[in-house]
Design a protein around this ligand. Structure first.
Ligand code: FAD
Length: 339
């Protein structure tokens, strides 16, 4: 149902950096609300790679995407941050200290400052141009993410794409799937050297069959039930691969969508920020995580965490103009007891 909410900070995007921004706001006693277009929190980690281990989170030798989000969720629980999920923020008006935001579900949010933690913005895979695609997507015949490896137990899979995702999933799913075809339009894959050598070993052992240089041509089946994927060379030579699922990994579409109309400076799908505060060219609107850019930016979760802290500290005087912020360590301050 549509809500009207008054708060200090609206955080748009509940990916890893938006979640950690909620923690940083909580520590500074700034009230905040998280809004995300997806139905669950976690951004790319939850939607794209919940079961993949991440190795470069400080103090975690390995943590799966989904586990990282569970931990971030647990960390903000004491602050009881309201979440508006399944809603895209579409409009922004007002100025530093007094913003009004609207969502596509009709909610109105009033806030003193805004944090954009929107990642690549409108979230979606690049889809192959195939007839009847929507019908096959609806049944799960065609998929773009691997949510649970177990879903592919004893299935015949066509995995399409030439980058890290296609290769990683082909290698990972070979233990569970009955058959894996790896389709790419070129003979060369662009992936980490270690994955490339693992692929060659898997091909030699017959665990993965490379279908190169072929492109997707058509889906075969009835009523959205996939039975095969037709592939063709540029010369027009085609063949049909029997398959239960097509997993297509052609990258993510990056589109800031409605945010592009808000008047901020942009460089393609990113928003330049002042590195010391993460403020954008719109005063009072901050950007952190994948969407934020400045010289030396690394699109890594760990950098997004630090940006979340900088943005929250820069927002404090907007919400508390009369009050100096006395910096405290979390160790001396503690967190409120969980409800
Ligand atoms: P995202 O995680 O992209 O979340 C943004 C959220 O904003 C989304 O949930 C989206 O729905 C929401 N949103 C966007 N626009 C709106 C709107 N208008 N209204 C409401 N909600 C909106 N990083 C590492 O550091 N280490 C790794 O090992 C690593 N491995 C990776 C492996 C894979 C396969 C992928 C795909 C990425 C990997 N990354 C890794 C990158 C990492 O996941 C991203 O850097 C990180 O997710 C960025 O977090 P974020 O919070 O900025 O944005």
């Amino acid at each position: 149902s549509a809500d009207t909410i008054q708060t200090d900070v609206v955080i748009i995007g509940a990916g890893p950096t938006g979640l950690f921004a909620a923690f940083q706001c909580g520590m500074l006693k700034l009230r905040c609300v998280l809004v995300d277009a997806l139905d669950e929190i976690g951004g790319q980690c939850a939607a794209l790679y919940p079961e993949k281990p991440i190795y470069d989170i400080p103090a975690c030798p390995a943590i799966e995407g989904g586990q990282l989000i569970e931990q971030l969720d647990a960390q903000i629980r004491p602050f009881d941050v309201p979440r508006l999920l399944g809603r895209r923020v579409t409009t922004l008006s007002g100025h530093r200290g007094d913003f009004t935001l609207g969502t596509d579900k009709g909610d109105t949010l009033k806030a003193r400052a805004v944090i954009l933690a929107v990642g690549a913005g409108a979230f979606g895979p690049n889809r192959p141009p195939l007839d009847d695609l929507a019908a096959y997507e609806a049944t799960g015949g065609v998929q773009y993410y691997v949510r649970r490896r177990a879903d592919f137990t004893d299935k015949a899979l066509v995995i399409a794409g030439g980058g890290d995702s296609a290769l990683d999933w082909a290698l990972s799913l070979r233990d569970v799937a009955k058959k894996i075809y790896l389709v790419h339009r070129r003979d060369k894959f662009r992936a980490a050297p270690e994955s490339l050598s693992q692929l060659e070993e898997a091909v030699a052992r017959g665990e993965i069959e490379k279908i190169v240089p072929y492109q997707l041509k058509a889906l075969h089946g009835e009523g959205g039930q996939l039975s095969g994927v037709e592939v063709a060379t540029l010369a027009g030579e085609s063949r049909v691969l029997e398959a239960d699922h097509l997993l297509a990994f052609f990258g993510l579409a990056t589109d800031l969508g409605p945010l592009a109309q808000w008047g901020m400076d942009q460089i393609r799908s990113t928003v330049p920020v002042t590195p010391s505060t993460c403020e954008t060219s719109l005063p009072g609107v901050f950007a952190i995580g994948d969407v934020a850019t400045y010289p030396g930016k690394l699109k890594l979760i760990l950098q997004g965490f630090s940006e979340a802290a900088m943005a929250a500290h820069a927002i404090y005087p907007i919400v508390n103009p009369e009050q100096a912020l006395h910096f405290e360590y979390s160790t001396s301050q503690g967190v409120p007891s969980s409800k």
